[in-house]
Design a protein around this ligand. Structure first.
Ligand SMILES: [Cu+2]
Length: 143
């Protein structure tokens, strides 16, 4: 996937973009901890402060086992949830991970996933760069 973007950059005469992780900021990051070690949803905002697009391709956390990118949607009255391979954050734009839409899914929360705790999450981008953010853990009511 690296080659086509390099060719486009050369044709357009623009400089090679900087690492995506360097121009994307994370805000309002939190997990919803549920009882009985049910999967915990992760919510946050990504702000792309540059004139280059960024593409989020995954996330990891030592506290989650598998940490997946999901999207919830209502389809003919049914709440469905699907895996997402990549999410675009347009240049100068923002993307909100929120209940009912895009979210992280912490499949196997470890004991450290407790309300009041702070969990480190590593976000991975399509250019191979990574950013680490702290997620605050809230209870089932999101408090
Ligand atoms: Cu999910």
């Amino acid at each position: 996937m690296r080659l086509p973007s390099l060719i486009i950059a050369a044709v357009a005469g623009v400089a090679t973009p900087p690492p995506m992780s360097g121009h994307v900021t994370v805000a309002n990051a939190w997990f919803r901890a549920l009882p009985a070690n049910l999967p915990a949803g992760g919510y946050f905002e990504l702000h792309n402060v540059a004139r280059w697009p960024a593409v989020l391709t995954g996330a990891t956390s030592p506290v989650c086992g598998m940490l997946m990118l999901h999207k919830s949607e209502r389809k003919s009255g049914m709440e469905t949830m699907s895996d997402v391979g990549a999410v675009d954050i347009p240049a100068g734009g923002a993307l909100r991970f929120a209940p009912g839409g895009y979210h992280l899914m912490c499949m196997d929360p470890r004991p450290a996933m407790k309300p009041g705790a702070s969990i480190a999450v590593t976000l991975k981008f399509s250019d191979g760069s990574v950013a680490t953010a702290k997620f605050v853990v809230k209870n089932a009511k999101g408090e």
